[in-house]
Design a protein around this ligand. Structure first.
Ligand code: A3P
Length: 301
């Protein structure tokens, strides 16, 4: 099945999930060729859940001894976070990008949007860590709708909120069904908490320092007491804040591969903005789908 008019390109359904054709092709290459290492860290997100933010946080945390987060030459000051982690299905289009990933020094920090069921076997069976980030469905949807209208071909016109909402609720969205994507990682995190860390945008926003400590511990790079006392965690939080990143020149004016403007990844960076867009009927509808899909498994937003 094919769905026109949502995103940058048409979406196709493949093994139960919707994606763009070139990324489905890349996912097949990723599944076939990728050899996970035990110390790899794979970030997985639903689109518009705060990927840009968590890429920055993980990069700054993992590289803090080479690049102290308050240093004036920190790579995040001059590179979009998207340029610092390879996008696995995007990078498995050709041998050159694939070899570059094979040649990366450990520990590698990698990124994908794929659902759990589509991850390469070596990811599932090695000891590598998976950090999964998602966001409450209402804000996630509203952010996705804004983003889609920024990147859709102009010839497709504007995607109305109503049309997008209907598709999202029916499970038709990039990497959707959103519900199944989130649930796949939630269930795996319940089974293997040492392997899969399940994070919510809202928790990162509410408790950045505590979330960062837990995250660093999970990836095997805990902060020492000395680092804590020296404000390293606070410095990472400030470096990666919406206010800081969104005002950097590279994130305002920069261009990313695949024809994206770096600025498209920053809008408001708040929790609860969906009430400004969705009617009470729509809010109730999305709550009831979430309750039906997630409730029986103990997942709440
Ligand atoms: P909004 O559209 O609600 O503002 P992604 O990076 O997965 O594409 O998600 C983009 C969403 O995360 C956007 O949400 C964007 O504004 C927000 N975002 C980007 N950087 C952020 C940061 N440093 N802190 C908090 N939110 C951020």
């Amino acid at each position: 099945p094919r769905e026109e008019g949502w995103f940058q390109n048409s979406l196709y359904q493949f093994k139960g999930f919707w994606d763009q054709a070139w990324l489905i092709q890349g996912a097949l290459g990723f599944q076939k060729h990728f050899e996970a290492r035990d110390d790899d860290i794979l970030l997985v997100t639903t689109p518009k859940s705060g990927t840009t933010w968590l890429k920055a946080i993980l990069y700054a945390t993992l590289n803090r001894s080479n690049f102290p987060p308050n240093s004036h030459n920190h790579p995040l000051l001059t590179n979009s976070p998207h340029m610092l982690l390879p996008f696995m299905e995007g990078s498995h289009q050709d041998n050159i990008s694939r070899d570059r990933i094979d040649g990366m020094a450990s520990p590698r920090l990698l990124f994908t949007h794929l659902p759990y069921s589509s991850l390469p076997e070596s990811v599932k069976h090695s000891s590598c860590k998976i950090v999964f980030l998602c966001r409450n469905p209402k804000d996630n949807f509203v952010s996705l709708w804004h983003f889609a209208n920024k990147i859709r071909p102009k010839t497709w016109g504007t995607l109305s909120l109503e049309e997008a909402f209907d598709k999202f609720c029916r499970g038709v969205s990039p990497h959707g069904p959103f519900w199944d994507h989130v649930l796949g990682y939630w269930l795996e995190s319940l089974k293997r908490s040492e392997k899969v860390k399940f994070l919510k945008y809202e928790d990162l926003k509410d408790q950045p320092v505590a979330s960062l400590k837990t995250l660093a511990h999970f990836i095997g790079h805990s902060f020492s007491q000395e680092e804590e006392a020296n404000g390293v965690i606070d410095n990472i939080v400030s470096l990666c804040s919406f206010e800081n990143l969104s005002n950097l020149k590279v994130n305002k004016d920069g261009e990313l591969p695949f024809g994206m403007a770096a600025g498209a990844y920053f809008r408001q960076g708040q929790v609860g903005d969906s009430v400004n867009y969705l009617s009470s009927e729509s809010l109730e509808k999305i709550d009831s789908i979430a309750e039906q899909k997630f409730g029986p498994h103990g997942l709440k937003f």
